[in-house]
Design a binder for this molecule. Structure first.
Ligand code: SF4
Length: 347
């Protein structure tokens, strides 16, 4: 079974060749493609418009390497964290964040098992990177959490953020492929405007996103508005300093016109003082950007702690007074370790 090929690796044209080799008409490729990427099935048995004999042929030669729900935890605030088991026994997590009053149901998905970047405040960064997910494994999270959203909230997801485990721009090709499967009319058909790719900041790849004409929104995990502090908590900043990032994001904005946001976790007496606020305002001057200030959730072994509400409010007030769009977000799902920076496959 293990040496069977994953049928989801084939393009539609390649599937036509597969059909030819199996002695089947070419139009079957379209049907199979539809089952895989529009309906998201992970079993050949579910492909009910194929003949039994074709389903058997497929079963004998191929697998669909889907993900399996391993554990579901529901927070008191309605956030749902799901741990998925992958075909090789690795685990990843996805989080459904419902904002019922705004009718917004966002799924935060993972793109790598662990992460190679070692942001000092992040639980995932302490796991080390095991491997990249393939496009199907990223896609499956959307399909599965969408079903979960329908079951819990009576409607499907509205937004997708690539903000779970891993750095999307370090597994660019699979992330782009998954976006294609999620957005194309032959896939789930979701609008790319509802998708946000969040990066710790890799300037070269942000430019590539622009050059490739990606229609998704971009979020930068900023977390500090000067290089000294950012170097301290995000080692990736040493090769991608703020000037390089601002230039790349400016280019992304000019080229695509897509929405840009900064994620900014407020750490106590680290990045929420007056000077930090002034530095942040400067970083918001070149292109329209929205800042999301996020409450920190303690991670074991990390000395950074959560900033007080008063300091966060004063910080946000100053930034807002300079005409920058800024919102302060309550952390979600912290009782189940589902909040930002907490994903680490814990029990
Ligand atoms: S914050 Fe993101 S990029 Fe940094 S270690 Fe965590 S998962 Fe990786």
């Amino acid at each position: 079974m293990e040496d069977k090929l994953d049928i989801r690796k084939y393009t539609k044209d390649e599937l036509k060749v597969v059909m030819q080799n199996l002695g089947e008409p070419a139009f079957r490729a379209g049907q199979i493609y539809q089952w895989l990427w529009q309906k998201g099935v992970t079993s050949f048995d579910d492909m009910s418009n194929l003949s039994k004999s074709l389903r058997e042929k497929l079963q004998n030669a191929y697998v669909i390497r889907g993900i399996v729900t391993d554990k579901v935890q529901v927070s008191e605030d309605g956030t749902i964290k799901t741990r998925f088991k992958l075909h090789d026994g690795a685990f990843i997590e996805s989080v459904l964040i419902p904002v019922t009053e705004d009718d917004r149901y966002t799924v935060c998905i993972s793109c790598q098992v662990g992460c190679s970047l070692t942001c000092s405040f992040c639980a995932t960064g302490k796991m080390k990177r095991v491997r990249n997910l393939d496009a199907g494994e990223i896609f499956d999270q959307v399909v599965e959490v969408n079903k979960q959203c329908e079951a819990f909230y009576g409607r499907g997801i509205t937004n997708i953020v690539y903000m779970g485990m891993g750095e999307p721009l370090l597994t660019y090709a699979t992330v782009v492929e998954s976006i294609d499967k999620i957005t194309s009319p032959e896939g789930l058909g979701m609008s790319p405007k509802r998708i946000t790719v969040s990066t710790a900041g890799i300037a070269k790849m942000i430019r590539k996103m622009a050059d490739d004409g990606l229609k998704v929104n971009l979020a930068l995990s900023l977390h500090a508005a000067d290089d000294v502090k950012r170097d301290e908590i995000m080692p990736i900043n040493e090769q991608n300093n703020l000037e390089a990032l601002m230039e790349a994001i400016h280019y992304f904005h000019k080229t695509t016109g897509n929405r840009i946001s900064y994620e900014y976790i407020a750490f106590d007496h680290f990045n929420e003082g007056e000077e930090d606020a002034r530095n942040l305002v400067k970083l918001c001057s070149r292109f329209p950007v929205k800042v999301n200030v996020i409450e920190y959730n303690t991670v074991e072994g990390v000395s950074l702690t959560k900033a007080s509400q008063e300091r966060v409010d004063a910080f946000a007030r100053y930034v807002r007074s300079k005409g920058v769009m800024i919102s302060v977000r309550r952390s979600r799902g912290k009782d189940i370790d589902a909040a930002c920076g907490q994903l680490a496959n814990k029990d």
